[in-house]
Design a protein around this ligand. Structure first.
Ligand SMILES: Cc1cc2nc3c(=O)[nH]c(=O)nc-3n(C[C@H](O)[C@H](O)[C@H](O)COP(=O)(O)OP(=O)(O)OC[C@H]3O[C@@H](n4cnc5c(N)ncnc54)[C@H](O)[C@@H]3O)c2cc1C
Length: 395
């Protein structure tokens, strides 16, 4: 039975790879000899590592490893520190009936019990691959801390990521939901992603088109859980640097700092973004949360016109394709949810887009609240909200 499932997954992946090759100009290339590829950084080749170095997967409670603070008893957890461990991880995942990848745990809703092999990505390394006249090209390992990497990039003059400051989590998870904030999406700064395909036991390089980036979404997020382990990301940071400062909150913060636009540096923007975020969002170390719990819904022009007639103050942003993005937080607030608590879970008092765990909550309780919020927004506005974090299946 197990074998059949694996075979189906493999066939699905072959189909995906073939359709990319045939119908798009994107590139997915296999790297059988990945120990020699330029993404390797300081990671040793797997031939030098004996199988025992991965260790026996251990059972572990993941409560301290997810920012919502949900208790989750995982049956098998391994820590990935070297690319050389990946073939063995594929073998272990096949035995366990599947894998699931954990970074910083800031965008996941974990079940009470998790049977899959949990792979905790701790790969480290940053290296400048190329200093092109038009861009800095930098390889960063998947287990690097996102905020530390962004700060380091700004220190090095590799500008272009500063609007994404203070997003929790790891570099490897950033492409998964195409993280975005204050006018910048990571898709626009990625040249390619190096990822291990677990069922196929194969390292692959996917260029930005092949990653299938969409709003808070990508090929990696759409794939079956545990299919891909992103080992490194190749960033392309444009030269000369152009500041992105259209976002109203950011503009206000920069105005407070009284720096003339002509003298703005990436560090100014980094600091301003951090200040805005600290004022707006609850700190997960104090109150369990996963940041925005819902995506901002995108609706067509006709529906937008109707809603504007009906609801004064509708917060919306025109999109280049003629659609409109609505502020999900505003819709939720209008339905009276802001600050409401239901048992151990609630809607944050300052930011209605954020659901919080006041302590001891389960995924079931959190998702029940989310479902009530979704239903009331649907009833009042006729708009469907979609959950942003990844809901991790128990099996
Ligand atoms: C306070 C707060 C603010 C936030 N603000 C923003 C924001 O402004 N913009 C935004 O886009 N997001 C935001 N987020 C969400 C979150 O921080 C990002 O999605 C982040 O990239 C998740 O990183 P992580 O390492 O914690 O991933 P995890 O939560 O560990 O995992 C998220 C998903 O990625 C997968 N994954 C993780 N690592 C890898 C890997 N190496 N290879 C393959 N798959 C992997 C996991 O299996 C899971 O499906 C916020 C979260 C919080 C708590």
């Amino acid at each position: 039975m197990q074998k059949d499932v694996t075979l189906v997954e493999r066939e699905a992946f072959v189909a995906v790879a073939v359709s990319f090759a045939l119908f798009s100009s994107s590139t997915i290339s296999e790297e059988r000899n990945y120990s020699n590829n330029p993404y390797r950084m300081s990671i040793p080749s797997h031939s030098s590592l004996s199988v025992t170095e991965l260790g026996v997967p251990a059972a572990q409670n993941l409560e301290a490893f997810n920012t919502l603070g949900l208790a989750c008893q995982a049956q098998r957890v391994v820590t990935l520190t070297q690319v050389a461990q990946l073939p063995q991880i594929s073998d272990l995942a096949a035995v366990a009936g599947g894998a699931w990848v954990l970074g910083g745990g800031s965008n996941v809703i974990l079940p009470a019990h998790l049977a899959a092999l949990v792979v905790h990505v701790q790969l480290k390394g940053v290296s400048l691959a190329e200093a092109r006249p038009d861009a800095w090209v930098v390889d960063v390992a998947g287990g690097e801390n996102w905020q530390e990497w962004v700060s380091r990039a700004v220190d090095c003059g590799w500008d272009g990521l500063e609007n994404l400051a203070l997003i929790p989590g790891t570099v490897g998870a950033a492409p998964v939901q195409n993280i975005g904030a204050y006018g910048v999406e990571i898709a626009s700064r990625i040249e390619s992603v190096q990822a291990w395909n677990v069922p196929q036991a194969k390292m692959m390089t996917l260029d930005a088109t092949a990653c299938g980036f969409r709003y808070r979404d990508s090929l990696f997020k759409r794939a079956a859980p545990g299919t891909w382990i992103i080992t490194s990301v190749r960033f392309v940071l444009p030269r000369p640097w152009t500041p992105v400062i259209d976002y109203p909150d950011l503009l206000k913060q920069l105005a407070l700092e009284k720096v003339p636009v002509a003298q703005l540096t990436a560090r100014h923007i980094f600091d301003a973004v951090c200040a805005v975020r600290l004022a707006k969002l609850p700190d997960p170390a104090v109150l369990g949360n996963a940041g925005s719990f819902f995506k901002n819904p995108i609706i067509g022009g006709a529906q937008h016109a109707l809603l504007r007639e009906q609801f004064d103050g509708l917060v919306s942003y025109p999109q280049p394709d003629g659609n409109f993005k609505l502020a999900a937080g505003w819709l939720i607030e209008q339905c009276g949810w802001k600050g409401r608590q239901v048992g151990p879970v609630g809607v944050h008092a300052r930011q209605a887009l954020v659901l919080v765990n006041y302590g001891g909550a389960s995924a079931v309780q959190l998702l029940a609240l989310a479902s009530e919020v979704v239903q009331s927004v649907q009833r009042r506005f006729g708009v469907a909200l979609e959950i942003e974090p990844v809901v991790v299946p128990a099996a």
